[in-house]
Ligand binder design. Structure first.
Ligand SMILES: Cc1ncc(COP(=O)(O)O)c(C=O)c1O
Length: 381
Protein backbone atom coordinates (compact mmCIF):
# COMPACT_ATOMS: atom_id res chain seq x y z
CA UNK A 1 0.00 0.00 0.00
CA UNK A 2 1.13 3.50 -0.79
CA UNK A 3 1.47 5.27 2.52
CA UNK A 4 0.85 8.99 2.88
CA UNK A 5 2.39 10.96 5.71
CA UNK A 6 0.42 14.03 6.71
CA UNK A 7 1.60 14.33 10.31
CA UNK A 8 4.59 16.65 9.97
CA UNK A 9 3.57 18.57 13.08
CA UNK A 10 4.31 15.38 15.05
CA UNK A 11 7.66 14.67 13.45
CA UNK A 12 9.28 15.04 10.04
CA UNK A 13 11.50 12.92 7.82
CA UNK A 14 15.17 13.81 8.13
CA UNK A 15 16.33 15.84 5.14
CA UNK A 16 18.96 13.96 3.09
CA UNK A 17 21.47 16.81 3.54
CA UNK A 18 20.94 16.66 7.31
CA UNK A 19 21.45 12.90 7.31
CA UNK A 20 24.60 13.30 5.22
CA UNK A 21 26.07 15.85 7.62
CA UNK A 22 25.19 13.73 10.64
CA UNK A 23 26.68 10.62 9.13
CA UNK A 24 29.90 12.50 8.50
CA UNK A 25 30.06 13.54 12.15
CA UNK A 26 29.08 10.12 13.50
CA UNK A 27 31.68 8.29 11.49
CA UNK A 28 34.40 10.92 11.59
CA UNK A 29 34.34 12.55 15.01
CA UNK A 30 34.05 10.59 18.22
CA UNK A 31 35.95 12.67 20.71
CA UNK A 32 34.34 14.28 23.73
CA UNK A 33 34.10 18.03 23.29
CA UNK A 34 35.34 18.46 26.86
CA UNK A 35 38.58 16.55 26.24
CA UNK A 36 41.74 18.55 25.76
CA UNK A 37 43.35 16.32 23.11
CA UNK A 38 43.00 16.69 19.34
CA UNK A 39 39.91 14.45 19.16
CA UNK A 40 38.21 16.57 21.79
CA UNK A 41 39.23 19.78 20.09
CA UNK A 42 37.73 18.50 16.82
CA UNK A 43 34.44 17.72 18.59
CA UNK A 44 34.49 21.14 20.22
CA UNK A 45 35.05 22.77 16.85
CA UNK A 46 32.04 20.93 15.39
CA UNK A 47 29.81 22.12 18.23
CA UNK A 48 31.05 25.70 17.91
CA UNK A 49 30.55 25.79 14.15
CA UNK A 50 27.06 24.28 14.46
CA UNK A 51 26.17 26.78 17.15
CA UNK A 52 27.16 29.67 14.88
CA UNK A 53 25.14 28.30 11.97
CA UNK A 54 22.05 27.50 14.06
CA UNK A 55 22.17 30.89 15.77
CA UNK A 56 22.44 32.72 12.44
CA UNK A 57 19.37 30.87 11.18
CA UNK A 58 17.21 32.07 14.08
CA UNK A 59 18.43 35.61 14.58
CA UNK A 60 20.54 34.91 17.64
CA UNK A 61 24.18 35.14 18.61
CA UNK A 62 25.99 31.86 19.19
CA UNK A 63 26.42 32.46 22.92
CA UNK A 64 22.67 32.87 23.32
CA UNK A 65 21.90 29.33 22.24
CA UNK A 66 21.95 26.33 24.57
CA UNK A 67 21.56 22.93 22.94
CA UNK A 68 19.05 20.68 24.69
CA UNK A 69 17.47 17.29 24.05
CA UNK A 70 14.49 18.92 22.32
CA UNK A 71 11.45 21.10 22.74
CA UNK A 72 10.33 19.43 25.95
CA UNK A 73 13.60 20.04 27.75
CA UNK A 74 13.78 23.62 26.46
CA UNK A 75 10.28 24.35 27.77
CA UNK A 76 11.01 22.70 31.12
CA UNK A 77 14.30 24.57 31.51
CA UNK A 78 12.68 27.89 30.60
CA UNK A 79 9.80 27.68 33.06
CA UNK A 80 11.56 26.01 35.97
CA UNK A 81 14.65 28.18 35.46
CA UNK A 82 12.74 31.45 35.23
CA UNK A 83 10.56 30.67 38.24
CA UNK A 84 13.62 29.87 40.35
CA UNK A 85 15.72 32.77 39.08
CA UNK A 86 13.08 35.36 39.84
CA UNK A 87 11.77 34.15 43.16
CA UNK A 88 12.76 37.45 44.81
CA UNK A 89 10.42 39.32 42.48
CA UNK A 90 7.46 36.99 43.01
CA UNK A 91 5.76 33.69 42.38
CA UNK A 92 3.16 34.64 39.78
CA UNK A 93 3.28 33.34 36.20
CA UNK A 94 1.00 33.76 33.20
CA UNK A 95 0.80 30.75 30.90
CA UNK A 96 -1.54 30.31 27.94
CA UNK A 97 -4.13 27.56 28.04
CA UNK A 98 -3.17 26.20 24.65
CA UNK A 99 0.51 25.47 25.37
CA UNK A 100 2.07 22.11 24.68
CA UNK A 101 2.05 19.78 27.68
CA UNK A 102 5.80 20.36 28.01
CA UNK A 103 4.85 23.83 29.25
CA UNK A 104 1.52 23.04 30.92
CA UNK A 105 2.74 20.12 32.99
CA UNK A 106 5.77 22.15 34.05
CA UNK A 107 3.43 24.96 35.10
CA UNK A 108 1.44 22.43 37.13
CA UNK A 109 4.63 21.28 38.83
CA UNK A 110 5.35 24.90 39.74
CA UNK A 111 1.86 25.23 41.20
CA UNK A 112 2.55 22.16 43.37
CA UNK A 113 5.67 23.96 44.57
CA UNK A 114 3.68 27.00 45.67
CA UNK A 115 3.84 29.18 42.59
CA UNK A 116 0.67 30.84 41.33
CA UNK A 117 -0.06 30.21 37.67
CA UNK A 118 -2.84 32.06 35.89
CA UNK A 119 -3.90 30.57 32.59
CA UNK A 120 -4.37 32.95 29.67
CA UNK A 121 -7.61 32.24 27.79
CA UNK A 122 -7.91 32.20 24.01
CA UNK A 123 -10.68 33.15 21.60
CA UNK A 124 -12.50 30.75 19.26
CA UNK A 125 -9.60 30.87 16.84
CA UNK A 126 -7.10 30.01 19.57
CA UNK A 127 -5.53 33.47 19.96
CA UNK A 128 -4.65 35.14 23.23
CA UNK A 129 -5.71 38.70 23.92
CA UNK A 130 -2.80 40.98 24.79
CA UNK A 131 -5.23 43.24 26.66
CA UNK A 132 -6.03 40.33 29.00
CA UNK A 133 -2.32 39.77 29.61
CA UNK A 134 -1.83 43.47 30.38
CA UNK A 135 -4.68 43.44 32.87
CA UNK A 136 -3.47 40.32 34.65
CA UNK A 137 0.21 41.19 34.88
CA UNK A 138 1.11 42.13 38.45
CA UNK A 139 4.22 43.50 40.15
CA UNK A 140 5.02 39.94 41.30
CA UNK A 141 4.60 38.39 37.82
CA UNK A 142 7.90 36.88 36.80
CA UNK A 143 7.20 35.08 33.54
CA UNK A 144 4.74 35.09 30.66
CA UNK A 145 4.74 31.98 28.47
CA UNK A 146 2.81 32.05 25.19
CA UNK A 147 3.74 29.81 22.29
CA UNK A 148 4.70 31.33 18.93
CA UNK A 149 2.30 29.07 17.04
CA UNK A 150 0.10 26.22 18.17
CA UNK A 151 0.87 22.61 17.24
CA UNK A 152 -2.75 21.44 17.02
CA UNK A 153 -4.51 24.19 15.11
CA UNK A 154 -1.58 26.26 13.79
CA UNK A 155 -2.75 29.56 15.30
CA UNK A 156 0.01 32.18 15.45
CA UNK A 157 0.19 34.39 18.53
CA UNK A 158 1.07 38.12 18.74
CA UNK A 159 4.47 37.34 20.24
CA UNK A 160 6.21 40.62 19.34
CA UNK A 161 3.49 42.59 21.05
CA UNK A 162 3.63 40.40 24.16
CA UNK A 163 7.43 40.62 24.19
CA UNK A 164 7.37 44.42 24.02
CA UNK A 165 4.83 44.64 26.82
CA UNK A 166 6.68 42.13 28.98
CA UNK A 167 9.94 44.00 28.59
CA UNK A 168 8.27 47.28 29.50
CA UNK A 169 7.02 45.68 32.73
CA UNK A 170 10.22 43.82 33.56
CA UNK A 171 8.56 40.41 33.12
CA UNK A 172 10.44 37.65 31.31
CA UNK A 173 8.77 36.31 28.20
CA UNK A 174 9.13 32.72 27.04
CA UNK A 175 7.80 31.50 23.72
CA UNK A 176 7.72 27.95 22.43
CA UNK A 177 8.70 28.31 18.77
CA UNK A 178 8.86 24.56 18.12
CA UNK A 179 6.12 24.62 15.47
CA UNK A 180 6.84 28.11 14.17
CA UNK A 181 10.41 27.37 13.11
CA UNK A 182 10.47 26.22 9.52
CA UNK A 183 7.08 27.75 8.82
CA UNK A 184 7.68 31.36 9.89
CA UNK A 185 10.82 33.47 9.90
CA UNK A 186 11.99 33.32 13.49
CA UNK A 187 14.27 36.15 14.56
CA UNK A 188 14.91 35.97 18.29
CA UNK A 189 16.54 39.40 18.57
CA UNK A 190 13.83 41.18 16.58
CA UNK A 191 11.03 39.36 18.38
CA UNK A 192 12.33 40.53 21.75
CA UNK A 193 11.53 37.35 23.71
CA UNK A 194 13.81 36.38 26.59
CA UNK A 195 13.54 32.62 26.18
CA UNK A 196 12.65 30.70 23.00
CA UNK A 197 12.29 26.92 22.65
CA UNK A 198 13.22 24.97 19.51
CA UNK A 199 13.22 21.35 18.39
CA UNK A 200 15.03 19.84 15.41
CA UNK A 201 12.67 17.01 14.50
CA UNK A 202 9.89 19.36 13.43
CA UNK A 203 12.13 20.88 10.74
CA UNK A 204 13.52 17.79 9.03
CA UNK A 205 16.25 17.42 11.61
CA UNK A 206 16.88 14.50 13.97
CA UNK A 207 14.76 13.62 17.01
CA UNK A 208 16.20 14.22 20.47
CA UNK A 209 17.92 17.55 19.88
CA UNK A 210 16.75 21.11 20.27
CA UNK A 211 17.79 24.43 21.68
CA UNK A 212 16.83 27.14 24.10
CA UNK A 213 17.55 30.73 23.18
CA UNK A 214 18.46 32.73 26.26
CA UNK A 215 18.60 36.51 25.78
CA UNK A 216 21.92 38.02 26.86
CA UNK A 217 20.48 39.84 29.87
CA UNK A 218 18.98 36.64 31.28
CA UNK A 219 20.73 34.45 33.80
CA UNK A 220 18.95 31.13 33.86
CA UNK A 221 19.85 28.41 36.36
CA UNK A 222 20.46 25.06 34.62
CA UNK A 223 17.97 22.23 34.66
CA UNK A 224 20.66 19.57 34.33
CA UNK A 225 23.62 19.58 36.66
CA UNK A 226 26.98 17.96 36.11
CA UNK A 227 29.77 19.03 33.82
CA UNK A 228 30.43 22.52 32.61
CA UNK A 229 29.11 22.01 29.08
CA UNK A 230 27.16 24.82 27.40
CA UNK A 231 29.04 27.27 29.64
CA UNK A 232 27.46 25.75 32.72
CA UNK A 233 23.93 26.18 31.39
CA UNK A 234 23.24 22.53 30.50
CA UNK A 235 25.37 19.68 31.73
CA UNK A 236 25.96 16.53 29.70
CA UNK A 237 28.23 15.44 26.87
CA UNK A 238 27.15 17.19 23.71
CA UNK A 239 25.07 15.27 21.16
CA UNK A 240 27.59 15.96 18.43
CA UNK A 241 25.78 14.49 15.42
CA UNK A 242 22.44 15.81 16.65
CA UNK A 243 23.82 19.31 17.07
CA UNK A 244 25.35 19.26 13.58
CA UNK A 245 22.05 17.93 12.20
CA UNK A 246 20.08 20.61 13.99
CA UNK A 247 22.31 23.34 12.56
CA UNK A 248 21.90 22.00 9.02
CA UNK A 249 18.13 21.64 9.45
CA UNK A 250 17.84 25.19 10.83
CA UNK A 251 19.80 26.54 7.86
CA UNK A 252 17.56 24.66 5.43
CA UNK A 253 14.46 25.82 7.31
CA UNK A 254 15.55 29.43 6.90
CA UNK A 255 16.73 29.24 3.31
CA UNK A 256 13.75 27.30 1.96
CA UNK A 257 11.11 29.13 3.94
CA UNK A 258 9.16 30.80 1.12
CA UNK A 259 9.21 27.76 -1.10
CA UNK A 260 7.95 25.53 1.70
CA UNK A 261 5.28 27.99 2.69
CA UNK A 262 3.94 28.23 -0.86
CA UNK A 263 3.98 24.45 -1.17
CA UNK A 264 2.00 24.09 2.06
CA UNK A 265 -0.46 26.82 1.09
CA UNK A 266 -1.11 25.11 -2.23
CA UNK A 267 -1.75 21.76 -0.55
CA UNK A 268 -3.94 23.36 2.07
CA UNK A 269 -6.07 25.17 -0.52
CA UNK A 270 -6.34 22.01 -2.60
CA UNK A 271 -7.46 19.98 0.42
CA UNK A 272 -10.11 22.49 1.47
CA UNK A 273 -11.35 23.10 -2.10
CA UNK A 274 -11.44 19.36 -2.71
CA UNK A 275 -13.46 18.75 0.44
CA UNK A 276 -15.88 21.55 -0.43
CA UNK A 277 -16.43 20.04 -3.85
CA UNK A 278 -16.49 16.44 -2.62
CA UNK A 279 -18.43 16.39 0.65
CA UNK A 280 -19.75 19.95 0.72
CA UNK A 281 -18.68 22.94 2.78
CA UNK A 282 -21.39 22.27 5.36
CA UNK A 283 -19.87 18.87 6.24
CA UNK A 284 -16.70 20.18 7.87
CA UNK A 285 -15.32 23.04 9.94
CA UNK A 286 -11.76 24.37 9.88
CA UNK A 287 -10.53 25.02 13.42
CA UNK A 288 -8.13 27.87 14.16
CA UNK A 289 -7.71 31.46 13.12
CA UNK A 290 -7.74 31.80 9.33
CA UNK A 291 -5.97 35.17 9.48
CA UNK A 292 -3.15 33.98 11.75
CA UNK A 293 -2.22 30.43 10.90
CA UNK A 294 0.79 28.34 10.02
CA UNK A 295 0.49 27.23 6.40
CA UNK A 296 1.33 23.59 7.05
CA UNK A 297 -1.17 22.76 9.81
CA UNK A 298 -4.86 22.42 9.06
CA UNK A 299 -7.24 21.16 11.72
CA UNK A 300 -10.60 20.04 10.39
CA UNK A 301 -13.68 18.70 12.18
CA UNK A 302 -16.04 16.39 10.32
CA UNK A 303 -18.96 16.45 12.79
CA UNK A 304 -20.60 13.35 11.33
CA UNK A 305 -17.55 11.15 12.12
CA UNK A 306 -15.75 10.88 15.46
CA UNK A 307 -12.01 11.58 15.60
CA UNK A 308 -10.96 8.02 16.41
CA UNK A 309 -13.14 6.52 13.69
CA UNK A 310 -11.81 8.92 11.09
CA UNK A 311 -8.18 8.40 12.14
CA UNK A 312 -8.52 4.63 12.12
CA UNK A 313 -10.19 4.63 8.73
CA UNK A 314 -7.58 6.99 7.30
CA UNK A 315 -4.86 4.73 8.70
CA UNK A 316 -6.47 1.71 7.00
CA UNK A 317 -6.20 3.64 3.75
CA UNK A 318 -2.52 4.31 4.45
CA UNK A 319 -3.01 7.95 5.44
CA UNK A 320 -1.30 9.21 8.60
CA UNK A 321 -2.98 12.18 10.26
CA UNK A 322 -3.43 13.09 13.93
CA UNK A 323 -6.00 13.96 16.51
CA UNK A 324 -4.03 16.84 17.93
CA UNK A 325 -0.84 16.83 19.92
CA UNK A 326 1.20 13.79 18.93
CA UNK A 327 2.32 13.35 22.50
CA UNK A 328 -1.26 12.73 23.68
CA UNK A 329 -2.64 10.83 20.71
CA UNK A 330 -3.38 7.27 21.64
CA UNK A 331 -5.29 8.54 24.63
CA UNK A 332 -8.95 9.42 24.24
CA UNK A 333 -8.65 12.70 26.08
CA UNK A 334 -10.28 15.63 24.34
CA UNK A 335 -7.75 18.16 23.19
CA UNK A 336 -7.12 20.88 25.79
CA UNK A 337 -6.45 23.28 22.93
CA UNK A 338 -9.81 22.80 21.22
CA UNK A 339 -11.53 22.88 24.60
CA UNK A 340 -9.86 26.18 25.45
CA UNK A 341 -11.22 27.49 22.14
CA UNK A 342 -14.71 26.75 23.44
CA UNK A 343 -15.82 24.75 20.42
CA UNK A 344 -19.02 22.74 20.44
CA UNK A 345 -18.83 19.11 21.54
CA UNK A 346 -19.31 17.58 18.10
CA UNK A 347 -16.59 19.84 16.65
CA UNK A 348 -14.31 18.92 19.57
CA UNK A 349 -14.87 15.21 19.13
CA UNK A 350 -14.37 15.05 15.39
CA UNK A 351 -11.20 17.08 14.89
CA UNK A 352 -8.40 15.81 12.66
CA UNK A 353 -5.05 17.50 12.14
CA UNK A 354 -3.41 17.24 8.75
CA UNK A 355 0.10 18.68 8.60
CA UNK A 356 2.12 18.94 5.42
CA UNK A 357 5.81 18.87 4.68
CA UNK A 358 8.66 17.57 2.62
CA UNK A 359 7.49 15.05 0.03
CA UNK A 360 3.73 15.70 0.13
CA UNK A 361 2.23 16.07 -3.32
CA UNK A 362 -0.91 17.28 -4.99
CA UNK A 363 -1.71 13.67 -5.97
CA UNK A 364 -1.62 12.70 -2.31
CA UNK A 365 -4.09 15.44 -1.44
CA UNK A 366 -6.37 14.24 -4.22
CA UNK A 367 -6.22 10.73 -2.72
CA UNK A 368 -6.89 12.02 0.81
CA UNK A 369 -9.94 14.00 -0.34
CA UNK A 370 -11.32 10.95 -2.10
CA UNK A 371 -10.77 8.73 0.93
CA UNK A 372 -12.31 11.21 3.38
CA UNK A 373 -15.34 11.31 1.12
CA UNK A 374 -15.56 7.49 1.10
CA UNK A 375 -15.09 7.23 4.86
CA UNK A 376 -17.81 9.77 5.60
CA UNK A 377 -20.21 8.00 3.26
CA UNK A 378 -19.36 4.60 4.77
CA UNK A 379 -19.72 5.74 8.38
CA UNK A 380 -23.00 7.51 7.67
CA UNK A 381 -24.40 4.26 6.19
C1 LIG B 1 4.68 23.24 20.35
C2 LIG B 1 5.52 22.11 20.83
N1 LIG B 1 6.31 22.27 21.91
C3 LIG B 1 7.09 21.29 22.36
C4 LIG B 1 7.12 20.05 21.77
C5 LIG B 1 8.01 18.99 22.30
O1 LIG B 1 9.16 18.92 21.52
P1 LIG B 1 10.07 17.59 21.54
O2 LIG B 1 9.29 16.53 20.86
O3 LIG B 1 11.30 17.99 20.79
O4 LIG B 1 10.36 17.30 22.96
C6 LIG B 1 6.29 19.82 20.65
C7 LIG B 1 6.25 18.48 20.02
O5 LIG B 1 5.19 17.97 19.71
C8 LIG B 1 5.48 20.88 20.16
O6 LIG B 1 4.69 20.70 19.11
Amino acid sequence: MNRIYMDHAASTPVHPLVAEEMLGVMTGAYGNASSVHAFGREAKRIVAAARERAAAAIGARPGELVFTSGGTESDNAALLGAAAARIDRGRHLLVSRIEHHAVLHTAERLEEQGFEVEYIPVDEGGRVDVGWIREHTRPDTTLISVMYANNEVGTIQPVEEIAAFARERGVWFHTDAVQALGSLRVDCAAMGADLVSFSAHKINGPQGIGALYIAPQIKLPPLLLGGNQERGRRAGTENLAGIAGFARAAELAASGLEERREHALRLRAQLLDGLRAGIGGDQFVVNGDPDHTLAHIVNISFPSVGTETMLMNLDMEGIAAASGSACTSGSLETSHVLRAMNLSENVLNSAIRFSFGLGNTSEEIEFVVKKVETIIRRVRR
